[in-house]
Write a protein that binds this ligand. Structure first.
Ligand SMILES: [Zn+2]
Length: 186
């Protein structure tokens, strides 16, 4: 994972000084309201692997087409963690062109609520580091949100979506992001 590709999402109210006690095993404090952490990948990993001079794209977040590489849609991957933690990864799926077009057409229309599609996980999300072979299914849960990854027929994908994971193992790679204090605080 490239560190610069990952950030705390600004879609909802997160961050600020932790109000809860940090967990004794990992030092990370739960969200006081029990909300999942948001960890967001800004672009599909391949975007950072292409030399900038060769990079040709169409669109932006949440619709990104990369020349000679493929079509990508932004989705949310909710992961269940033990001990009252949870995390929503903001990530990208590589999708077929027809899926990309259908999402583009329906995104701001009533039909969006019925949008469902398959795609390949396009970020090497730690700790699983899926390669571009993990096929998952995304579906709209809330018309004001991007689609959620809800299931997978892939062995690894199914485990990521359905299992309850040890929070310390999943959150460890993002520890600095989750514990970061404001620079003004001494
Ligand atoms: Zn812990």
């Amino acid at each position: 994972m490239t560190r610069s590709n990952v950030s705390r999402s600004s879609r909802s109210k997160v961050g600020g000084k932790a109000s809860g006690e940090p967990c004794s095993c990992c030092g990370i404090a739960r969200d006081p309201n029990g909300r999942p952490f948001s960890i967001t990948f800004d672009v599909p990993d391949v975007y950072l692997e292409i030399h900038p001079e060769l990079l040709a794209t169409w669109g932006d977040d949440p619709f990104l087409a990369i020349k000679d590489t493929g079509f990508y849609l932004r989705v949310l991957l909710p992961v269940k963690l033990n001990d009252g933690f949870a995390v929503d990864f903001g990530t990208w799926l590589k999708v077929d062109p027809e899926v990309f077009r259908q999402a583009w057409r329906t995104w701001n229309f009533p039909e969006y609520k019925d949008l469902t599609f398959d795609g390949l996980l396009a970020n090497r999300i730690e700790p699983w580091k899926p390669t571009l072979r993990t096929r998952v299914t995304a579906r709209v849960r809330d018309v004001d949100q991007v689609p959620y990854i809800v299931e997978s027929t892939d062995l690894l994908g199914k485990r990521i979506v359905a299992d309850i994971w040890p929070h310390a193992e999943v959150l460890a790679p993002y520890k600095d992001l989750l514990k970061s204090d404001a620079p003004i605080e001494s």
